[in-house]
Design a protein around this ligand. Structure first.
Ligand code: R5P
Length: 292
């Protein structure tokens, strides 16, 4: 066994265990107790080994509670080791990477200061929302991509020359990478989001190239499902064949999965950065590789 200890936060227990196994590291579980007033008390089960400590905790909902637990686990780990790495498989708040409307706070900047203050050596994230978000960090950081693993899964479905589609221009590079690894073509739709209401509109005009084709919509995350629903409805109107969805982080808030299926999507496949029934793609190996 290596001189590594992996501490699994409450939000990422299964993934943390898998990472520990891949690293041949000691695994420590953490326990969370919620007091009646909503305060959480977090405890680690046992003592880490001497050497590097890896804290694994995603910050999906309840976002702030999972974030506080992450801070607490890092702080505890620092009592045992000067070399603490945080693996944040899904990084909630990454979309708050710039001031879209006057007066907004760039929460990524605030978090970057906290992580530096905690004395972390490195942060590893899977498919962070934007380069801008990761650039706020003042410590070593690495973004790993789940795209090759997602492609591997889709290859097993043996679709007939699928076309890869990004629901927006911002996701073009991701769709391009997916299509390149898969060995097929890609297109990107034009999406417009109302910054105040969050409502989504697809602005693309008629697309002949999707007619009769199986499509794979590729996105970094699904939150309310608004982007995927609007894209799927638009693509169905263009007389495409089936629509599949590949995304890294499936938050699927407010019954999004049901709504997405109702919009005509055949299957949603996501990574295990967020546990759930669509999380069929394991990213423990790519994370473990980024640690050593
Ligand atoms: C947007 O730029 C992102 O890549 C996602 O498309 C978006 O955050 C998904 O959110 P929702 O599911 O609420 O449309």
């Amino acid at each position: 066994m290596k001189n590594f200890t992996v501490i699994g936060g409450n939000a990422s227990e299964d993934l943390a265990k898998k990472i520990a196994k891949k690293l041949d590291a000691k695994y420590l579980k953490s326990n969370l107790r919620i007091f009646p007033d909503g305060e959480g008390k977090i405890t680690i089960n046992g003592k880490p080994k001497k050497g590097k400590i890896i804290v694994v905790q995603a910050t999906y909902p309840p976002v702030d509670s999972n974030l506080i637990q992450l801070f607490s686990l890092i702080s505890k780990a620092k009592q045992y080791s000067s070399n603490v790495i945080a693996v944040i498989p899904y990084f909630g708040y990454a979309r708050q990477d710039r001031e879209f409307l006057q007066g907004e706070i760039i929460t990524m900047k605030v978090l970057a200061k906290i992580f530096k203050g905690l004395g972390l050596s490195k942060i590893i994230i899977v498919d962070i929302h934007s380069k801008l978000a990761i650039n706020h960090f003042k410590i070593k950081s690495k973004n790993v991509s789940a795209v090759p693993q997602l492609v591997k899964y889709f290859k097993k479905l043996r679709l007939n020359e699928p076309l890869v589609v990004s629901p927006d221009l911002g996701g073009s590079q991701r769709a391009k990478d997916f299509a390149k690894i898969y060995g097929t073509n890609f297109i990107a739709l034009k999406k417009q989001r109302n910054k105040k209401t969050g409502k989504v509109l697809i602005k693309s005009s008629n697309l002949n190239e999707v007619k009769g084709k199986d499509l794979i919509l590729v996105d970094d995350m699904i939150s309310t499902g608004g982007s995927i629903i609007k894209a799927a409805q638009f693509l169905k109107k263009q007389k495409c064949k089936r629509v599949f969805v590949a995304c890294t982080h499936a938050l699927l808030m407010n019954n999004a999965e049901k709504k997405i299926r109702k919009a005509g999507v055949s299957q949603i496949i996501s990574a295990n950065t967020i546990p759930g029934n669509t999380a069929l793609v394991d990213v423990s190996e790519i994370i473990a590789k980024a640690i050593v």
